[in-house]
Write a protein that binds this ligand. Structure first.
Ligand SMILES: CC(C)(COP(=O)(O)OP(=O)(O)OC[C@H]1O[C@@H](n2cnc3c(N)ncnc32)[C@H](O)[C@@H]1OP(=O)(O)O)[C@@H](O)C(=O)NCCC(=O)NCCSC(=O)Cc1ccccc1
Length: 315
């Protein structure tokens, strides 16, 4: 019988799943904590750009849908923090790392939502990119992360369609509404391409993460997949993707496209994007405002445990 690291490698080679109590290299554990924590932080920070429009949604129906979507993102964050905890870290510790700027969250959530069409663009493009990135993560070698992704992807799929439907309505409305949709696509296209990370040649973690079966495709492969999926959808909407270099190659069946400005990605990741400071400050304030809830929950749990212990000793 294989034990320890031999068993780990055999499981990876056989495309099996590593579970929390299995032996794993320290680097594997650390990489997963980094990626899952970054993913969880993205989900909860990602509530802010859309939350900004809940009170201004154009109808009761739109408001109800948007509230449900934002709540879904909170749920995804909780799933992901729970998945990270199976690796031996504490959620409070991860939140401290987010609040002190030591752990990252996706660059995309540092851009402002200026008009209602931005809510459509986020659903269509940002959730669309999230699906392209996350469907392969359903086959991630770490069991709890892979399983969390299955449900998350189903919900993201619904989110993507609702975003497309918002834009479809605007594109079939007045000229001003269509112009608003085009403006949203113009602003969100490049940041959406950046969500997939730096190009493969500059991606520090890809090679090792792919060898471990954490990532199944490289950043550039997924970016290409996203462009191939999204450009025909823009055609259906009657919108123009803001890339003069875009062309379809019959021979390969893929679109050629202009790479985003990766210098902008690095700047946003470093904290210099349009909304970084505002997003983090809002998150820290929400955490501080919620301190009394955490204290009350801990006090209640302690009281219940003491009652249970007293009951058991009396029995
Ligand atoms: C592909 C990648 C993001 C990056 O590949 P890796 O192999 O990990 O890294 P790589 O070596 O290529 O990069 C070098 C460095 O650059 C960092 N970095 C790279 N790109 C970005 C970036 N865009 N933003 C910020 N940082 C980025 C990277 O961490 C690393 O930094 P480090 O060395 O730690 O200092 C991977 O982590 C992944 O698939 N994550 C899971 C998916 C996930 O997190 N999805 C979240 C968004 S979807 C959502 O939330 C749903 C939603 C929709 C609507 C509303 C609300 C919610």
């Amino acid at each position: 019988m294989l034990t320890g690291m031999d068993s780990f490698q055999a499981t990876i080679d056989a495309d099996g799943r590593i579970e929390p109590r299995d032996a794993m290299p320290e680097g594997y554990r650390k990489t997963l904590i980094r990626q899952i924590a970054q993913h969880a932080h993205s989900e909860i920070i990602g509530m802010q750009p859309e939350g900004n429009w809940i009170s201004r949604a154009p109808s009761l129906r739109r408001k109800a849908i948007l509230m449900a979507k934002v709540q879904d993102e909170a749920g995804h964050g909780l799933y992901l923090y729970a998945a990270a905890e199976t690796l031996g870290v504490d959620r409070a510790e991860l939140l401290d790392l987010l609040h002190s700027g030591k752990q990252k969250y996706s660059s995309i959530f540092n851009y402002p939502t200026l008009t209602w069409a931005d809510i459509g663009a986020i659903g269509w493009l940002v959730d669309g990119a999230a699906i392209v990135n996350q469907v392969p993560l359903c086959r991630c070698s770490y069991g709890p992360y892979a399983r969390a992704m299955v449900r998350v992807c189903k919900e993201e799929s619904f989110h993507q369609r609702q975003g497309f439907e918002i834009l479809h309505t605007l594109c079939n409305g007045t000229a001003a509404q269509k112009a608003m949709a085009q403006d949203a696509l113009d602003r969100w296209w490049w940041p959406s391409l950046m969500m997939f990370g730096p190009p493969d040649a500059s991606s520090t973690h890809s090679e090792q993460s792919m060898a471990w079966g954490i990532k199944r495709h490289s950043n550039d492969e997924l970016r290409q997949r996203f462009v191939d999926m999204t450009v025909p959808q823009a055609d259906v909407l009657g919108l123009r993707v803001p890339d003069d270099g875009l062309s379809y190659d019959e021979a390969t069946g893929h679109y050629s496209f202009t790479e985003p400005d990766y210098e902008e990605l690095y700047q946003v990741v470093k904290g210099n994007g349009p909304c970084n400071k505002q997003r983090l400050a809002h998150r820290v304030k929400a955490h501080e405002d919620g301190a009394w809830v955490r204290e009350a929950a801990a006090a209640y749990a302690e009281k219940q445990a003491a009652r249970k212990a007293a009951g058991e000793s009396a029995a």
